[in-house]
Design a protein around this ligand. Structure first.
Ligand SMILES: [Zn+2]
Length: 311
């Protein structure tokens, strides 16, 4: 069984295909998906989707949505967590974090707002004993600072997942020491992503979880390059149904079978987000794995796209 630990299946890009894509993923062995929220406006959407598809969700305010979030949004998050904390499908606070890559978010004022919003959400995670799903972009050291501050204040944040990890070996070690797993997906399928692939192969097995970040972060076979986009073709849509093929590609880099990587990353996901254990499909609880060694044909029309351009 595979677990897509980070998937925005409620995103507008899926339109009416959300349930179709989820079933296609299930047929390929994706037993569970985690749907992180990004802003107050989609708290209900991720919860309802998780209940409809038998999956999991997280509640939080994404750093890219901080510019349009105010104190009332944090209050709404606090109230929603209070209301849903006993919902077994609520598995984390997320997606939260810091983005020091997007220029509009890097002004001193926006950095400060992101920081305050992140710290406040760590407090909520601490209050409820929930893990966190972190958005890390040029911000790993600051995220770590927030986690250490939180631990100095009270009980430590209960670990979680650093999503789309692309930091240094030292940052990886520091996150692992705080109980985090590191999320990898489509970006690591590109031959050109040398540093990311080096990180993927050099981390200890217990560090690794898989994710698609669908509809974003397409693997190379979904990716529409800049020239085609300039000619009017939209970027390829990633899907949780691509996870088994992403897993098969990444397994090869570590000299593992796809089945072994599915087993390993599923165990790691359950360790990072313990509430997932109770949500596993009955068959997966008994057998632990569905055969998933054969990459299946994907939705992506651009399978012939070259595997040379980094996303
Ligand atoms: Zn995300």
């Amino acid at each position: 069984m595979w677990i897509d630990t980070h998937c925005h299946l409620d995103a507008a890009e899926f339109g009416a295909d959300d349930l179709v894509e989820r079933e296609r993923a299930r047929a390929l062995g994706v037993g569970l998906c985690v749907y992180p929220a990004v802003e107050r406006a989609n708290f209900a959407a991720v919860r309802e989707l998780a209940h409809r598809t038998g999956d999991a969700y997280a509640l939080g305010i994404h750093p890219l949505f901080v510019p349009r979030a105010g104190p009332e949004d944090l209050q709404a998050l606090a109230a929603e967590l209070e209301r849903r904390v006993d919902d077994p499908r609520l598995v984390a606070v997320g997606e939260i974090g810091l983005d020091f890559f997007v220029p509009e978010l890097c002004t001193p004022a926006m950095r400060e707002r992101q920081w305050q919003c992140y710290r406040e959400q760590l407090r909520l995670a601490q209050r409820h004993g929930l893990p966190v799903i972190l958005h890390v972009r040029r911000s790993a050291d600051w995220l770590l600072k927030g986690l250490r501050e939180a631990a100095a204040r009270g009980r430590p944040v209960a670990g979680g997942i650093a999503h789309a990890f692309n930091g240094s070996a030292q940052q990886a070690q520091a996150l692992l020491a705080l109980g985090f797993k590191l999320g990898f997906g489509g970006a690591a399928t590109f031959d050109s992503a040398r540093q990311l692939r080096q990180t993927w192969v050099s981390l200890p097995p217990e560090a690794l979880v898989l994710e698609t970040d669908a509809p974003d972060m397409p693997p190379y076979w979904c990716y529409v390059n800049a020239a085609l986009r300039a000619a009017g073709q939209p970027q390829g849509r990633n899907s949780p149904a691509e996870l088994p093929r992403i897993g098969a590609e990444l397994a090869g880099l570590r000299g593992l079978s796809a089945t072994a990587l599915a087993e390993l990353t599923t165990a790691n996901a359950l360790a990072a987000l313990p509430r997932l254990a109770a949500l596993r499909p009955a068959a997966a609880r008994a057998v632990a794995l569905a055969p998933a060694d054969q990459p299946a044909a994907g939705w992506c029309p651009s399978s012939a796209a070259s595997n040379t351009e980094a996303s």
